[in-house]
Design a binder for this molecule. Structure first.
Ligand SMILES: *Cc1c(COP(=O)(O)O)cnc(C)c1O
Length: 378
């Protein structure tokens, strides 16, 4: 089955005999036991819920994994992942991660005794050099947020395999429609389902997707014990979102490409970060491992005033956090998504008060450009 078909028919599970085309929302906290020591397979919705199971089936299928776990948010998924590690363990992560992941590592994981080294995981030698006896995992985003650094997943997988480490890839930006890290050797895939999978800026969700049976067991135990599961209704909303994932991603991508090239020609724009450019340092690697470049573009303008003016003047494009929905959104990473990343680290990565991040929606590309153009020119 091709991936655009899987988006619509990704699960064969059927839970009733009505012939309902849309999976029912099993809005039940608990389930009746047929007898003592008997179960329908459903006991309590933190442990199992049919609507959520249907969604997990689809996401596992899209990522070519054996199982997926659906969480209430992306951060809940990453928090559960971090429960795999113990005090003294060490992790290597990309140095240009989603700000929330950096905050979690710095303030929660550190308190729990897990040390994280941040470096450019695109630099294989640096990565290899940072491995210590207590290193347990490598955590990668590719392309990164917001600077669009690309990491060669298969090359990192060779290193993690050779050293007995887990390779974790946050695949939120490209989605399984464009990139399937498990097929490239990753062990765990993370999603903020809030973004492209849901796709409508209306629901929060998160996923972990895994192939290894022992790892699935450990994660499912953490999942049911800690309890940040996705509700039945929100599961249903994400199921509905995924049905159009392929169509949306194609449009997002096409428009992003046009807008990235247009931005590059604007006099007040000093740099555009988009790995779809042939001269982007990660272009070839991204081409090798993914079927597209995604639709998030970061760009630097001439000064902080232009950046602030632009955020206040855009009308069609909303000034709001998040990405991956049908509505185009622009954000100010320096002040918003990455505000908690230490200033030094932000500036060294180019996350300055001149940097803006645009998530290209599915509006007509000419309308988006007209809005950006008038916000830049006024
Ligand atoms: C948004 C995001 C997250 C966090 O997901 P939430 O659903 O907001 O908790 C994690 N990783 C990336 C790459 C994101 O964009």
């Amino acid at each position: 089955m091709k991936i655009n078909t899987k988006c619509v028919h990704g699960s064969n599970k059927r839970f009733d005999n009505t012939g309902a085309v849309s999976v029912p929302i099993f809005q039940s906290a608990t389930f009746i036991h047929p007898g003592v020591e008997q179960s329908t397979g459903y006991d309590y919705s933190r442990l199992q819920n049919p609507t959520r199971e249907y969604l997990e089936d689809i996401v596992a299928n899209l990522e070519e994994g054996a199982e997926a776990l659906a969480f209430s948010t992306g951060m809940a998924a990453i928090t559960a992942l971090m429960e795999l590690f113990s005090p003294g363990d060490h992790i290597i992560a990309s140095d240009d991660l989603y700000g929330g992941s950096v905050r979690l590592f710095r303030h929660i994981s550190a308190k729990n005794g897990v040390r994280v080294t941040l470096l450019d995981t695109g630099d294989i030698h640096a990565l290899e050099g940072a491995i210590r006896p207590e290193t347990k995992a490598v955590f990668v985003e590719t392309p990164t947020n917001p600077m669009m650094q690309v990491t060669d997943i298969a090359a990192v997988a060779q290193i993690t395999r050779a050293n007995g480490l887990l390779l974790v890839v946050d695949n939120t930006f490209l989605t399984p429609y464009l990139q399937r890290p498990l097929t490239l050797g990753a062990d765990i895939v993370i999603h903020s389902g809030t973004k492209y999978l849901g796709g409508h800026n209306d629901t929060l969700a998160g996923f972990l997707v895994v192939n290894d049976a022992e790892l699935i067991q450990r994660l499912r135990f953490i999942y049911t014990s800690t309890g940040a599961c996705l509700s039945p209704f929100d599961s249903w909303l994400i199921i509905r979102g995924i049905k159009t994932l392929a169509l949306r991603m194609r449009q997002h991508e096409k428009s992003a490409n046009v807008i990235a090239h247009w931005l590059r020609k604007q006099p007040k724009v000093r740099a555009v970060y988009y790995c779809g450019f042939e001269d982007h340092p990660g272009h070839a690697v991204n081409n090798k491992q993914a079927d597209g470049f995604g639709a998030v573009i970061s760009f630097e303008v001439d000064n902080a005033k232009t950046a602030r003016d632009m955020l206040e003047r855009i009308k069609l494009v909303h000034f709001a956090e998040s990405l991956g929905g049908v509505e185009s959104l622009m954000t100010y990473p320096y002040m918003q998504t990455h505000a908690d990343v230490p200033e030094e680290q932000r500036l060294s990565k180019g996350i300055t008060d001149k940097l803006l991040r645009l998530s290209v929606g599915i509006e007509d590309v000419n309308d988006i450009i007209a809005d950006l153009s008038s916000a830049l020119e006024e």
